[in-house]
Ligand binder design. Structure first.
Ligand code: PSU
Ligand code: MN
Length: 304
């Protein structure tokens, strides 16, 4: 792919068909506070390695797509205050301008699939925002997942969203959804959103089985969402969650925050107003997802 630099480690792993897990950079640059974000980014790559896979953190730096960042790239993503948030549609302008940016789920899934990576881990997907009947805001993540052959391990969609509306959109768009060890769709910071999920799997091998069946069926590309809840012992207290989220949504509306700034604003508000408890739950969720993604990638490698 023009303008793309795949790290040697990732290239070698892909060529040898060893397991690779894609990681996004928006969570590092815009989803977690500094300086914790860098420590988490490094830790996540380590967790992928401990799981027997190669991490491929994806970002755009100096007008080039980078797949597999290395320590200096990770540090730039975590510390560069000027780094923009790039959805899939923002990639071309950023590349043409020779600039950089952190990739969201939409941009990361697109780039990872093009590079031949089959598994991707993140925290929570974007989706349909609350109050959508009045204010149209639906993450580009959903449309890209409808068109991209990749498996995304996540703790559901961010709980700041309208979860039932987002699940309905995923159904309409034909995005596969399986609950991992649960028949309830996870609630990002919370173990359960309360919404049902139609299919449940219980092991990395079962996830790999679903992926193989999808690949064998063929048809137009689309994503599989593996909805993996944060353990109950590590979730955010649901009462605290609901109260502070209400305040966050009010503050967002009062300050007139719209577009790409909404999600980072809400996540940051929650971190500050829960005394870091939402951050702990967010990081716990991502850790679990990254471990599971590595196990799924390893299973895929083991099979046909
Ligand atoms: N998961 C997290 N933290 C994040 C995100 C996901 O734990 O910050 C990011 C992802 O990059 C996702 C983005 O694609 O939030 C959604 O942003 P928006 O609602 O503007 O599409
Ligand atoms: Mn949006």
């Amino acid at each position: 792919m023009l303008l793309t630099e795949v790290s040697e480690e990732v290239r070698e792993a892909l060529d040898a068909r060893r397991p690779v897990v894609a990681l996004e950079s928006t969570i590092i640059a815009h989803g977690l506070p500094r300086p914790r974000n860098l420590a988490v980014a490094v830790e996540l790559e380590g967790l992928v390695r401990s799981g027997g896979a190669v991490p491929a953190t994806i970002a755009v730096l100096d007008g080039r797509v980078r797949i597999g960042l290395g320590p200096e790239g990770l540090e730039r993503v975590a510390t560069d205050e000027g780094l923009r948030k790039l959805g899939r549609r923002d990639l071309a302008p950023a590349l043409a301008a020779g600039t950089g940016g952190a990739t969201t789920v939409s941009a990361t899934a697109f780039l990872a699939a093009r590079a031949g990576i089959r598994v991707f881990a993140t925290g929570g997907l974007g989706g349909v925002h609350r109050d959508w009947a009045h204010v149209q805001d639906e993450s580009a993540d959903l449309r890209v997942l409808a068109e991209t052959a990749i498996t995304v391990v996540c703790a559901g969609v961010k709980s700041v969203l309208d979860v039932p509306a987002t699940l309905q959109r995923l159904e309409t768009l034909g995005v596969g959804v399986v609950g991992y060890g649960t028949d309830r769709f996870p609630g990002f910071y919370l173990t359960s959103s309360g919404e049902p999920v139609e299919w449940t799997v219980h092991s990395p091998g079962e996830v790999a089985g679903v992926i193989r069946a999808r690949e064998a069926l063929g048809g137009p590309p689309s994503a599989l969402v593996v909805a993996h809840p944060v353990p109950e012992s590590e979730q955010l207290d649901p009462e605290l969650h609901d109260r502070v989220l209400g305040e966050a949504l009010d503050a967002c509306r009062e300050r007139g925050i719209v577009g790409q700034a909404v999600t980072p604003f809400l996540l940051d508000f929650l971190t500050r107003r829960t005394g870091g408890a939402s951050l702990a739950a967010n990081v716990a969720a991502v850790r679990g997802n990254v471990r599971l993604a590595a196990a799924v990638a390893a299973e895929l490698r083991a099979g046909p």
